[in-house]
Design a protein around this ligand. Sequence first.
Ligand code: SF4
Length: 213
Amino acid sequence: MGEEINKPEYDFPDELRGNIAITTLDRIYNWGRRSSVWPMMFGLACCAIEMICVAASRYDFARFGMEVMRPSPRQSDLMIVSGTVTKKMIPMIVRLYNQMPEPKYVLAMGACASGGGPFKEGYNVVSGVDKFIPVDVYVPGCPPTPQALLNGLITLQEKIDKQSIRTVRWYKREASEPIPIPVLGPDLIDPRDIHLFDATRSSVEKPDAQKDV
Ligand code: SF4
C-alpha cells in the first residue's frame, strides 16, 4: 500500500520521492468538511434514542469528527431528522433548516422521517421530511440500529468526498433562498403549492363561467 502511494503518475527526481504530496483543492476542501461534520442536537421521537446511542461511548461518532453536536442551528451543518415528523412539527423543522448555514446536509433517520413509517396514513403525520426539505441520506429501519446510522453518516462522508467546489450549490446565487415555512391550518399547507390551489379553484369556477355564456 505504502509503495502504491509513493508511485505518483508524475515524474519526480528520485531524491524528492516520499517528500511530495499531490492533492487537489477539492480533496482538501472535502476532507476538511467531511472530517468535522457537526450534527444539530435535536430529536423527534424514538429514533432519537438510537441517535443518542451513536453519540455515546459504545458507538462513538467522535471517531468521525462528529462529536460536537450543536444545540444551535447556526453552528450545525447536519440535521439528523430522527423520528416521526408531525404536521405540527414540520414548520419548526423547516425553520431550523433555514437557520443552518451552508454547506448543510440532511439525514432522514428511520422509516418515519423517510416516508411516514408506521404512521404514514395518520392524519397528523408528514409522509417523509423530503416533502419539505432536501434529504441527502436515508437510513432505513424502525428504528435503525446505531450501526445503521453510522453507516448513513459514512455514506454522507462519501457523498461529501464527491463534491466539487466548482459545482456545489452554496456558491451559486440562488443558494440562499430560504424554504417557505409550511402553514399549519386545518391541514398543512406548503406555500410552494399555492399555485395548485389557484389552478383547482379556476377549474372549479370554469363551469359557472360557461353557464353565464
Ligand atoms: S421509525 Fe420507528 S423507531 Fe423511528 S420514530 Fe418512527 S416509529 Fe419510532
